[in-house]
Unconditional design. Structure first.
Length: 270
């Protein structure tokens, strides 16, 4: 384990052997410079932890703490493996190209290996709120894991989420958005989970694809339609859902770095 103090935020780098994934998982654990209140602390698990240096998460957290904008939280950034496209799928559904074959093992790693390890090593998070977030395909994975484990994860952050994940290719003649987008179907067939909250970010330059030719890029359509499915279940925008659309936002770490403080201040305001 390596430890670094960056402007007050302690960053511990840990390697955790995983039987579920059959690989060693690298973690960056960000600890706040201020003590937790009442002996508990929220913890945010982040997919694609290898991107946190480029996003500048340590500086983002330091700035938010310095301005007293958020409560003390712990962040566990999980580095992805070489088979990202299969680990970051959906638990119940492969996509139309058969991707997502290791999503079950990834969820098993999160629930049965990572969570117990973190609770043992950092007891302050045992009773605290647990959140999951991710970017692109990692955002799909975070939403899927949280939706299927509402008693564990109460807050979800989806940045430029790959909510296109579908059972048929969009070029197939019988492709149907209502039926074939798998996250939308999963929410539609699910139930309202009291206490869960959802943050969605999308950039207007996230992509150029517009499959239904309505003048709106697919990423925005997929995100808004996903929020509509949540609203049909009873979730209220402004209370249990937050939507952030960035005019110059792209599918890159610079955009997600701009969105991260908005998410953190929404999720855990001081």
């Amino acid at each position: 384990m390596d430890t670094a103090l960056i402007n007050g935020v302690m960053v511990e780098t840990v390697t955790l052997p995983s039987d579920s994934l059959e690989r060693t998982v690298k973690l960056n654990c960000y600890l706040p410079p201020v003590p937790a209140v009442q002996g508990s602390m929220p913890v945010l698990f982040l997919n694609d932890g290898q991107d946190m240096e480029a996003i500048g998460l340590d500086n983002i957290l330091n700035d938010l703490y310095a301005s007293n904008a958020i409560r003390p939280i712990m962040v566990v950034a999980i580095h992805c493996g070489e088979d990202r496209m299969n680990e970051y799928g959906m638990f119940h559904y492969l996509d139309c190209k058969g991707r997502g074959t290791k999503s079950r093992q990834y969820q098993q790693f999160i629930l049965e290996e990572l969570l117990p390890y973190c609770c043992y090593r950092y007891p302050v998070i045992i009773r605290g709120e647990k959140a999951f977030a991710g970017f692109s395909l990692g955002g799909l994975s975070a939403l899927d894991i949280a939706w299927n484990n509402p008693r564990v994860f109460s807050t979800v952050g989806v940045f430029s989420g790959s909510l296109w994940w579908r059972s048929k290719d969009k070029t197939d003649r019988d492709y149907n958005e209502h039926r074939d987008r798998l996250m939308h179907r999963q929410i539609r067939e699910g139930v309202y989970h009291p206490g869960q909250r959802f943050f969605f970010e999308v950039g207007e330059k996230d992509e150029q694809e517009d499959r239904n030719r309505n003048g709106v890029i697919d990423t925005i359509d997929d995100t808004i339609d996903c929020m509509r499915e949540l609203m049909h279940k009873g979730y209220m925008e402004g209370k249990e859902m937050k939507y952030l659309q960035l005019r110059d936002g792209k599918h890159d770490v610079e955009t997600w770095a701009k969105a991260m403080p908005v998410f953190l201040k929404w999720a855990w305001p001081a």
